[in-house]
Ligand binder design. Structure first.
Ligand SMILES: *[C@@H]1O[C@H](CO)[C@@H](O)[C@H](O)[C@H]1NC(C)=O
Ligand SMILES: *[C@@H]1O[C@H](CO)[C@@H](O)[C@H](O)[C@H]1NC(C)=O
Ligand SMILES: *[C@@H]1O[C@H](CO)[C@@H](O)[C@H](O)[C@H]1NC(C)=O
Ligand SMILES: *[C@@H]1O[C@H](CO)[C@@H](O)[C@H](O)[C@H]1NC(C)=O
Ligand SMILES: *[C@@H]1O[C@H](CO)[C@@H](O)[C@H](O)[C@H]1NC(C)=O
Ligand SMILES: *[C@@H]1O[C@H](CO)[C@@H](O)[C@H](O)[C@H]1NC(C)=O
Length: 707
């Protein structure tokens, strides 16, 4: 049976038996879009801006947009110095050239994507510049930023504002992971003048870059790519962390413009089991968070992972320690000795000295054998395992996927423990607030709680970035960035009418909120500076969501399980809440503006969708059974036919094996594919240009191998 069918079966089995599968927690609080309060910034409403956060200063942010850079105040999301806005359009000549290449007017604009600060009064920015990337040095003169110098931006900035690229400025130099060509077919990791090898699938194989960061001596890149080491039929995408040394000077001789330190490893975000269920498509990472988990101080990075776009919608957030990432790069390398052999661990005696990929003072003096080895063996044998034994949170639903996670780190609760609070953005415009209430106690027990589910943006608008903002003397807030809208919303909803009783307030399990028994209000706890006396009248229970002070009798079941069932407030019917996935839609105007933007579909009719968990499981089981039966029948017929037909030539067969990386559609020996039609409702009724190619596929191909 094919791997993808297996994966579906494994998932169904896991969910059906509810064995190791972490129960998808139910949000305690749902907040509809029309109830969302907060400031917003829309930029120029006559077109899609493709907002990109460039720099975050203490009280302002720099936002790259279409032909402009906005300086936005974090106090109220208004533009600072709108009269001195940095305007940067493509030249007429570049635009003409872009039209000649067949691009649309919206594409032939300059979208600012990349930023590096070189001093208090100067910075470097790069933009798509009508499909001819350009970098520009800016300098402040009389309070206005003026252009100083233009340089070529190819390899530093994508051509297309929607391309999945990343860049980070470290130690005065720009490190970028993007594509260097117009059609987007030549990926690279680049820091002038050093780059990854051209069209070497061992190094980069159809990557989608999601983030990058400078850490210690290294620059790390997080991305997903087609896995060269995946040896079964079809192809698989794996999440990766790649790494280069900041002081890599290139190799000796002819390798002067090639990395001597590029290594990569697989990330493992999965639900364990006989067949671990992998969330392979990394979408984003958080900043590096330092905290105390299970009694140990460590640095974590959280990542959002999903299933492929044409399969069951599954999302997860996993945490990795920076130590475990560093450790994997100290471990064994992986290799495939000949084109048909398996990928195996390289024996230590076969690794040359000095160790390939290590950071050295002058990489130009490295011996050839070391440089050749690292070029041929960029992949580490071990995967980076997630820190907690389970994803911190998982969600299986057809309605949305996670896109981005931001963390309010180490929020002190009244129990004296510190919790990382996760804000997870989705591709349908909601923000899910979640935490693992067991994180301070244990790595093995994971107890996810979803405090709230807030439809921050109009339904269907994907959240691209999230930032937690703490300003002195102001309520903290969450900044939500979409393509054409920036919003600031409260970090908590303690004052929501849904939390107006002691039980309902404590059941939120939100370290930000506590029940004040003197005023009978659910109040926000000033989490950063605790007054011990305040605790006397404040009720909060992060781990169980119950407090004796509320008059709760201890008649309810004591939580002993690893995975906690969602606790519900009084009068709530658990069945309804558990089994229904409801989307709230604002039907009059899905985009919330008076005029649709140029790129948006017009006059879409959206209808609310309600699935029940039973329907989903039923549909899945049905689909699996059908595919099993059809698979068996056609397999039987096919084997009958094969028996009477001569075997194909061996060389052809080998060729087929060699082409494993080329995707499931290569013709040849086993060309008989079965179409499994998954009845997946259109996910985004509004249509989303970014994913259209994948989502428009009417059916999912499942390729069968008969052994
Ligand atoms: C918005 O953009 C259009 C064309 O791109 C321009 O003519 C107009 O002046 C801009 N409006 C504002 C408020 O900047
Ligand atoms: C943005 O405006 C604020 C407020 O005037 C200023 O302090 C800050 O330096 C500006 N940011 C940049 C990058 O110029
Ligand atoms: C990933 O982690 C799971 C446990 O969560 C484990 O069973 C599996 O072997 C790991 N896979 C890899 C490739 O390390
Ligand atoms: C802390 O980490 C060390 C090594 O990483 C481990 O041996 C120890 O058991 C951990 N402590 C706790 C309380 O988990
Ligand atoms: C690298 O350079 C530093 C000083 O620049 C020196 O102390 C160190 O010994 C050098 N390391 C190697 C391996 O040459
Ligand atoms: C970029 O990432 C998004 C989100 O994962 C995805 O929908 C889109 O297809 C990717 N773009 C490309 C060109 O692969």
């Amino acid at each position: 049976m094919s791997e993808s069918a297996l994966r579906v079966l494994a998932l169904v089995a896991l969910i059906a038996h509810n064995a190791a599968w972490p129960q998808d927690p139910v949000a305690r609080l749902h907040i509809k879009h029309r109830e969302v309060i907060g400031q917003r910034f829309l930029g120029n409403e006559s077109h899609v801006e493709h907002f990109k956060l460039l720099e975050r200063a203490p009280t302002s942010i720099f936002i790259g947009a279409r032909n402009a850079i906005y300086n936005i105040s974090l106090h109220d999301l208004t533009e600072n110095h709108a009269d001195k806005r940095v305007l940067w359009s493509s030249s007429e000549a570049h635009r003409e050239l872009c039209y000649l290449k067949g691009r649309s007017e919206d594409e032939c604009q300059n979208y600012v994507r990349v930023f590096g600060r070189q001093g208090p009064d100067r910075f470097l920015a790069c933009g798509t510049n009508a499909y001819k990337p350009l970098c520009r040095q800016f300098k402040i003169e009389n309070g206005i930023y003026v252009a100083e110098k233009d340089t070529e931006g190819r390899g530093l900035c994508p051509h297309d504002p929607q391309h999945n690229s990343t860049a980070v400025f470290a130690d005065g130099q720009l490190y970028a992971a993007t594509v260097s060509d117009f059609s987007g077919g030549e990926p690279l990791i680049y820091r002038e003048p050093i780059r990854t090898e051209r069209s070497d699938l061992n190094q980069l194989n159809g990557p989608n870059f999601v983030s990058s960061l400078a850490y210690s001596d290294y620059v790390f890149f997080f991305y997903r790519e087609t896995a060269v080491e995946y040896m079964n039929c079809g192809k698989a995408v794996y999440p990766r962390v790649g790494r280069v040394c900041q002081h890599d000077k290139g190799g000796p001789h002819a390798f002067g413009d090639r990395w001597t330190s590029f290594l990569k490893a697989r990330l493992n975000c999965s639900v364990p089991g006989d067949y671990p269920f992998y969330f392979n498509e990394i979408q984003s990472t958080s900043d590096v968070i330092e905290g105390v988990y299970a009694g140990n101080r460590t640095q974590l990075i959280y990542g959002v992972f999903t299933t492929p776009v044409n399969s069951i919608g599954g999302s997860a957030v996993c945490a990795f320690t920076m130590d475990s990432i560093l450790r994997v790069f100290q471990g064994a390398f992986k290799e495939q000795e000949t084109i048909n052999s398996n990928w195996l661990r390289v024996l230590p005696e076969k690794v040359p000295e000095p160790r390939p990929g290590a950071c050295v003072n002058d990489s130009r003096t490295l011996p050839d054998v070391t440089v050749n080895f690292v070029k041929a063996h960029p992949l580490m044998d071990d995967a980076v395992q997630s820190y907690f034994t389970l994803p911190v949170i998982t969600k299986i639903t057809f309605n949305y996927r996670f896109t981005k996670v931001a963390v309010d780190p180490q929020v002190k609760a009244l129990d004296g423990k510190a919790y990382d609070i996760l804000y997870v953005g989705t591709d349908d415009g909601r923000v899910v607030k979640a935490l693992n209430v067991q994180a301070p106690n244990s790595r093995e027990n994971v107890a996810p709680v979803i405090v709230s589910d807030v439809q921050v943006l109009r339904y269907g608008q994907a959240i691209k970035d999230l930032q937690v903002i703490h300003l002195a003397g102001e309520a903290s807030k969450l900044m939500v960035i979409a393509d054409s809208e920036i919003r600031a919303v409260p970090l908590h909803h303690c004052d929501s009418t849904a939390a107006n009783s002691c039980v309902a307030c404590v059941v939120l399990q939100d370290p930000h909120c506590a029940w004040d028994a003197t005023t009978n209000l659910c109040v926000a706890v000033p989490t950063r500076l605790h007054d011990n006396d305040a605790g006397k009248t404040l009720y909060q229970d992060i781990v169980n969501g119950k407090h004796k002070g509320c008059g709760y009798e201890e008649e309810l079941v004591k939580p002993t399980q690893t995975v906690m069932p969602p606790r519900l407030g009084r009068g709530e019917q658990p069945d309804d809440r558990d089994n229904e996935i409801v989307i709230e839609l604002d039907r009059e105007n899905p985009f919330g503006r008076t005029q649709p933007r140029a790129n948006e579909p017009q006059g879409v009719i959206v209808t609310p969708v309600v699935y029940s968990a039973q329907t989903l499981t039923g549909a899945l089981l049905g689909a699996c059974l059908v595919s099993l039966v059809v698979g068996f029948a056609s397999g039987f017929l096919f084997s009958q036919r094969l028996r009477s037909a001569p075997y194909p030539d061996p060389p052809e067969q080998r060729q087929q094996l060699n082409r494993l990386t080329e995707g499931p559609d290569s013709p040849g020996f086993n060309n008989k594919s079965i179409n499994l039609v998954l009845n997946v409702n259109p996910k985004n009724p509004n249509g989303k240009n970014a994913n259209s190619s994948a989502e428009n596929k009417p059916m999912q191909k499942v390729k069968k191998t008969y052994i």
